[in-house]
Ligand binder design. Structure first.
Ligand code: NAD
Ligand code: UDP
Length: 319
C-alpha cells in the first residue's frame, strides 16, 4: 500500500513509518514539527519508499498520487503543563489537530477510497470509574477540565470517524492507545518516562507527583506498533484498546527505574501538578485485541526500559 501517516516525525509515527516500510509499503509522512522532530526521520532520507510533506493537518490536505491507507497520528500528546510541548500549553492546536485534522484526513481517505485509522487514546475514558477499561465503557471526562482540549478532541475524532464509516461507508479503524514508551520519546515533553529516566541518568531523585499510588500500564513501542499494524490489516471497525495490561503504581515504576540504573538518589514527592486532573487508575482490557487481532504484548517492562535507557544515554551523552 501507499500509506499517508500524519504525525510521522513524532515518537509513534516515526516507528510506524519504519515498520510499514520494512513490511514493503510506501509511506508518505506528514508533520509540522510542533512537538516532533526531523531527527526521528533522518535515517529515512533517501529511502525510495519514503516521502515527506511538511504540512499542518488543520489545513486542507492534498496528497498527489494514489493513497491506499491514511493513519492519523498528528496531535500533541503530553499532558504535562510544565512542558511547552504539553497539550495544556498548545490547547487550540490540539483541538484543531483532533477536530479539523481528523476531518481533513478522513477527506483524504474518502477522495482516494483509502482505509483510515485514527490514533485515539485511553484518555477518552477520562478518570475512569470502571477498571480495567473495556471498549464499551463510555468514560468519565470533564468537558471543560484542563485535559478536555485533548480528551474531547479525541472523542470528537472518534465520533467523526464513525460518522464517515456509517454515512460515507469509509473503511475505518480506531485504536485507543494506552501509555506507550520507547526510543524517540521527546526528552522534554514532561511525560513520566522521559522525566524519570533523565533524572535517574543524572543521579537526581525521581519526581513522583502526588503520593505515587496512581497507576498506569506501560506498553513498549514495538508491541504497540505491531497491534496497530494488525488492526490496519483487519476488518475491525469498532475501537480497539492497544496497551499492556500489566499495571504498576507510579511509585513502583520510579523504584524500578532506580533499581535498573543503580541510582542511589531515591524519589522526591511533589504536589500533583495536573491541576487536579491526574487519572488515578488506568489499565486496558485487551480481550478485543486478543480475539479479533490475535495480539498481545510481548516485551516486559524491564526489557523495554533497558532499550529506552540506551536511547536516552545516547541522546544525553552520558554513560
Ligand atoms: P508526538 O508528540 O511524539 O507525535 C505527534 C506528532 O504530531 C509530532 O511529530 C507533531 O509535530 C505532529 N503534529 C501535531 N500537530 C500537528 C499538526 N497540526 N499538523 C501536522 N503535524 C502535527 O506524540 P506521540 O506520543 O507519538 O503521539 C502520537 C499520536 O498517538 C497522537 O495522536 C497521540 O494522541 C496518540 N497517543 C499516544 C500515546 C502515547 O503513549 N505515546 C497514548 C495515547 C495516544
Ligand atoms: N508523573 C510523575 N512524575 C513525573 C511525570 C509524571 O509522577 O515527573 C506521573 C503523572 O502524575 C501521572 C503518571 O506519572 O500520574 C503518567 O504521566 P504522563 O505524563 O506520562 O501521562 P498520562 O498517563 O498522565 O497521560
Amino acid at each position: 500500500m501507499r500509506i499517508l501517516i500524519t504525525g510521522a516525525a513524532g515518537f509513534l509515527g516515526s516507528h510506524l513509518c519504519d515498520r510499514l516500510i520494512a513490511d514493503g509499503h510506501e509511506v508518505v509522512g506528514m508533520d509540522n514539527f510542533i512537538t516532533g522532530s526531523p531527527d526521528n526521520l533522518a535515517h529515512l532520507a533517501g529511502n525510495s519508499h519514503f516521502e515527506f510533506i511538511r504540512h499542518d493537518v488543520s489545513n486542507f490536505i492534498f496528497v498527489p498520487g494514489r493513497v491506499e491507507a491514511v493513519m492519523h497520528f498528528a496531535s500533541p500528546a503530553s499532558p504535562n503543563p510544565a512542558s511547552p510541548f504539553g497539550y495544556v500549553n498548545l490547547p487550540i492546536q490540539t483541538m484543531k489537530a483532533g477536530a479539523l485534522g481528523t476531518h481533513n484526513t478522513l477527506g483524504v481517505a474518502r477522495a482516494h477510497g483509502a482505509r483510515f485509522l485514527l490514533a485515539s487514546t485511553s484518555e477518552i475514558y477520562g478518570d475512569p470509574l470502571v477498571h480495567p477499561q473495556t471498549e464499551d465503557y463510555w468514560g468519565h471526562v470533564d468537558p471543560i477540565g484542563v485535559r478536555s482540549v485533548y480528551d474531547e478532541a479525541k472523542r470528537f475524532a472518534e465520533a467523526l470517524t464513525m460518522a464517515y464509516h456509517r454515512f460515507h461507508g469509509i473503511d475505518t479503524r480506531i485504536v485507543r492507545i494506552f501509555n506507550t514508551y520507547g526510543p524517540r520519546m521527546r526528552l522534554d515533553d514532561g511525560r513520566v518516562v522521559p522525566n524519570l529516566l533523565q533524572q535517574a541518568l543524572r543521579g537526581e531523585p525521581l519526581t513522583v507527583y502526588g503520593d505515587g499510588m496512581q497507576t498506569r500500564s506501560f506498553c513498549f513501542v514495538s508491541d504497540l506498533v505491531d497491534g496497530i499494524v494488525r488492526l490496519l490489516l483487519s476488518d475491525e471497525h469498532e475501537p480497539v484498546n492497544i496497551g499492556n495490561p500489566t499495571e504498576t503504581s507510579i511509585l513502583e515504576f520510579a523504584e524500578t527505574i532506580n533499581r535498573l540504573l543503580s541510582s542511589p538518589a531515591g524519589v522526591v514527592f511533589q504536589p500533583e501538578n495536573r491541576l487536579g486532573s491526574d487519572p488515578q487508575r488506568r489499565r486496558p482490557d485487551i480481550s478485543r485485541a486478543r480475539q479479533s487481532l490475535g495480539w498481545q504484548p510481548r516485551v516486559d517492562l524491564e526489557k523495554g526500559l533497558l532499550e529506552t535507557i540506551a536511547y536516552f544515554r545516547q541522546k544525553l551523552g552520558v554513560n
